[in-house]
Design a protein around this ligand. Structure first.
Ligand SMILES: [Zn+2]
Length: 230
């Protein structure tokens, strides 16, 4: 969720979560309020979203409209946001780094906070420069982080478009985990594609949600963080 404080975006997202297309509990991975944004309203909305589905942290390192880090200390900001969420009684179960950014230090902080991660993607996001840090994974795995720490990684496998295309062909993956941005819902065509995609997916696969998955998942695959970088 990029813009939970925008009333129009929020009402579209709330309606979708309420409707549960295909029976899916839609997770809200929320960007915490930036300086000058209304914290009180953010809390209210985070609590509403949390009551309707799994809840997670989505960090934008640079600005509300600039997700990837450009300077500063990426792990420190994640730790700060995680502790702040806990202090206000909101305990995320998942993390997703803005702009699909994850480095080993951020991964350690996420593991220490007790979250699972879904920043890895099964595809290479088109806008990333060659060599830009990114974790690419097809299936869930444990990421070994050294000193006995590990992070449960549940990769994001499908965009709205990939979900729609996948419905025409067999889904090869053990787990289909589609993502979208709350702002996508303002585009009627995309919002409709998402709803239809989820309903058809539910007819072909077993419906679950991120929290249920996290509880039951015991991936066979373990890999060192360094080898997962693509
Ligand atoms: Zn974002």
């Amino acid at each position: 969720m990029e813009r939970p404080l925008d009333d129009d975006v929020w009402s579209h997202f709330s309606a979708l979560q309420e409707r549960r297309p295909g029976g899916f509990a839609i997770a809200a991975l929320m960007r915490p309020p930036a300086e000058g944004e209304n914290e009180e309203r953010w809390h209210e909305r985070a609590r509403e979203a949390r009551a309707r589905g799994p809840f997670g942290l989505h960090t934008h390192w640079t600005a509300p409209d600039h997700a990837r880090p450009s300077a500063g200390d990426p792990p420190a900001l994640v730790g700060e946001q995680g502790r702040w969420l806990e202090s206000v009684g909101l305990k995320p179960t998942f993390f997703c780094g803005g702009g699909w950014y994850l480095d080993a230090d951020v991964a350690r902080v996420v593991a220490d906070l007790g979250y699972a991660d879904c920043t890895a993607t099964a595809f290479r996001p088109g806008y990333l420069e060659p060599g830009a840090p990114h974790v690419q994974l097809d299936e869930p795995a444990w990421l070994e982080l050294g000193e006995g720490r590990r992070l449960l990684e549940v990769p994001t496998t499908h965009s709205i478009g990939m979900l729609a295309r996948g419905l025409m062909a067999p889904f090869r993956r053990q787990i289909v985990h589609a993502y979208f941005h709350d702002t996508d819902l303002l585009d009627g065509r995309r919002a409709n594609a998402l709803r239809v995609g989820l309903r058809l997916l539910a007819l072909r696969r077993t419906v679950t949600d991120l929290d249920e998955l996290q509880r039951d998942l015991r991936p066979e695959k373990t890999m060192s963080f360094a080898n997962s970088r693509a």
